[in-house]
Ligand binder design. Structure first.
Ligand SMILES: Nc1ncnc2c1ncn2[C@@H]1O[C@H](COP(=O)(O)OP(=O)(O)O)[C@@H](O)[C@H]1O
Ligand SMILES: [Mg+2]
Length: 254
């Protein structure tokens, strides 16, 4: 186990079509922790995640300035395809590959990237990823089914398993429970806690649910209009937020 810095963002400024979206963002995220990025809609949470996996490159008219290091590597000066392999990503709306079976949804990336070589290795990896995503028991007898036979919450856990099969050290999730029911939400939260503990994974989770941030995160980053207004350990921020905007957000007023 090591507890170095997983992500270090310095003087990050992002603008789209000349409009500033992230303004002088500075954050350091320690390894093997869960960090929640909170803030009202439009505050730049998704944009920050998109910088971390360079999906920001796909937006037209974007300008990114500053330095972003992931495990010591400046990702703004690294090939974007390589950057995307450094982290796993789960999106707000479950997006399993509709034409692939449950098994292949999890296996495909691992196969392409050479993570599992034999059929047996692949079977083991798929099982491991589905177990870690707390989905194995529900799908082990129907791995050849298409994903649309699963509920929305199960599909989201499948997307988590798909990300995990690539064995990322860093996992990024953009409001992963915004569109699913409370039971599935708790399962995903438990999966994330276990991944931190058992796999030493570093997890960055965007959430608009203050209770979720308090339940599972070690650190909170509060964004508002592209500015980090508060950052610190969750236990401190939950009890004694320093910024009025953080208090209002935690009270559910925005
Ligand atoms: N592709 C885009 N083109 C233009 N503006 C964008 C684009 N994506 C995001 N924005 C703007 O950036 C700001 C932050 O958006 P976003 O990062 O999606 O916020 P959040 O995830 O916190 O809701 C918003 O004002 C949004 O309109
Ligand atoms: Mg968003």
């Amino acid at each position: 186990m090591s507890y170095g810095i997983a992500v270090e963002v310095k003087n990050l400024n992002v603008s789209i079509a000349g409009k500033p979206i992230l303004k002088d963002v500075n954050v350091k995220i320690p390894e093997s922790t869960i960090t929640a990025i909170m803030g009202p809609s439009g505050s730049g949470k998704t944009t920050l995640l998109r910088v971390l996996n360079r999906l920001i490159d796909l937006i037209e008219g974007v300008e990114v300035k500053g330095s972003v290091k992931i495990f010591g590597r400046n990702i703004l000066e690294t090939d974007p395809y390589e950057v995307r392999r450094m982290s796993g990503m789960v999106f707000q709306i479950p997006n399993p590959f509709p034409h692939l079976s449950i098994y292949d949804n999890v296996a495909l990336g691992a196969k392409i990237n050479g993570i599992a070589k034999s059929k047996r290795e692949l079977d083991e990896l798929v099982k491991w990823a589905l177990e870690k995503a707390m989905l194995w028991d529900e799908v082990k007898d129907r791995l050849r089914d298409p994903p649309w036979k699963l509920s929305g919450g199960q599909q989201q856990r499948l997307c988590l398993a798909r990300a995990l099969a690539l064995k990322p050290r860093l996992l990024l999730l953009d409001e992963p429970t915004a569109n699913i029911d409370p039971v599935n939400t708790l399962k995903i939260e438990e999966a994330l806690r276990n991944l931190k503990k058992e796999e030493d994974m570093t997890i960055i989770l965007v959430t608009h649910m203050p209770h979720q941030a308090i339940r599972i995160s070690d650190y909170i980053i509060m964004l508002y209009e592209g500015v980090v207004v508060e950052v610190g350990p969750t236990e401190e921020i939950a009890i004694n937020p320093k910024h009025e905007l953080t208090s209002r957000f935690l009270r559910g007023e925005m």
